[in-house]
Design a protein around this ligand. Sequence first.
Ligand SMILES: [Zn+2]
Length: 501
Amino acid sequence: MKKEISAKRFRISKPLLAGVIAAITLIVVLTAVLLSACRKDDLPSATDTTPIYEMTLSYEGGRTLSLRQDVLYFNTTGETLSEIKFHLYPNAFSESAENKPYLPEEKETFFYNGESFGRINVLSAKTDRSTAEFSVYGDGGQILEVPCKLNDGDSVTVSLECEIVLPECRARFGIAPDSVNLTGFYPALCIYENGAWREDVYCAVGDPFYSEIASFYVTLNKPTSMKVAASGTVTATSDASVEIVAENVRDFGMCLSDKYSLLSADFLLNGKTVKVNYFSLSDQNAQETLALAVRAVETFSSAFGDYPYPAFTIAQAEMCAGGMEYGSFVTVNPVTSSRAAYEQTVVHETAHQWWFGAVGSDQINSPWLDEGLTEFSTALFYLLNGDEKTYDEIVSSSAEYYRRYQSLPAAIGFDPSMNRPLYGYVAAGEYVAVTYMKGLLLFDTLMTLAGKDRFLSCMQAYYSANRFGIATQENLEAVFSTGNLNLGGIIRGYTNGTAVI
Ligand SMILES: [Zn+2]
């Protein structure tokens, strides 16, 4: 996610943008004849135990949808399981949920048409065709438990029928003023680790999601007037339905709107075509935004390792944040304080495709591992495109922001440690300071100490070793502790709060 912090003055320079646009135009012309829709052969492989979601979603407008979902799950836990558990994130938007999906100060912006509630009702559950008793529990009913004895190494298909009710709100899930935001709308597999299913509840601070890579095959029946911006690649379409494939992604998201206008650009990345789609609601500089996104995908591919999917889609959507990341899909809020802030959000969300998307991490307990690295990558984008001044400005404004919190007396509750749950932050500003700003400063320090080339080699090793998996601080320490490099202590000093900045 990208929180808007303050209006910072930096933007990609106009000559650079003009060059990017010219380059895209040339590449589009040169490669047009080679282009096709999704080419399955080109898709990356994760593992043959990657969970598979097959969904049929029917939406006729209004506030309700129906969902039929089959999930093929492979037990790779090393244990015999007695149940499969899913997150029901829509129930965080229900009237009975105690943890609200917004902060008190966001409530007025969140509900643009008065208070409104949403939910997901599970109507039936079957496992490999036999009816299963199931239970729904947790705050507002956020966990679905389907009993199922499953030996290690075995697989099961869980079939669910659900009714979804959308709230009217500016959020990840709901009907926003100009778009229907369908993310976190489906029963999503919990992660099983350390002998238990992770049942983390929704939280207004941060991104309270933690998931493994999966593949999604989605059929959406929809109003004919609505355009669909989604994870993955559209493989078939008609006026009233869309078929989408999104393989090896962290999650599946989409936004629908009858106000979208679409711009696309295809470019070659080491011989493979990548299509970038931009669904705009109101962007007066849409071509520049698209060019910026293409440049960001190219820059991060060169810096860290290739973008791993055949398509990347950006959609404008109003949420109570600058933007939000999903598997090969991101949203950006058209309501923004400045063009510069908007551009930075586009770069930030694009960087999340490497950190969160391909390389997963525990976003509940160690949110700095994706947000800090993503915020740093945003600054790095400018440096790698010849704009050292903007890099320096981002780093110095982050240091200034963080130091304001660091100077607060511990008595009022500020805690500099970085590995703590989202639920433990006393304010959104503290979360931003510790996770985004201090996280960025850690990576800036690592680059200063290792040197830029060595630093990028380490990040390439980190990406390569953890792509499609879930990385931890230990994985990061490992790549910075090779040869004569011994920066693990620096990382620990930042995260445990002993380093003074
Ligand atoms: Zn973010």
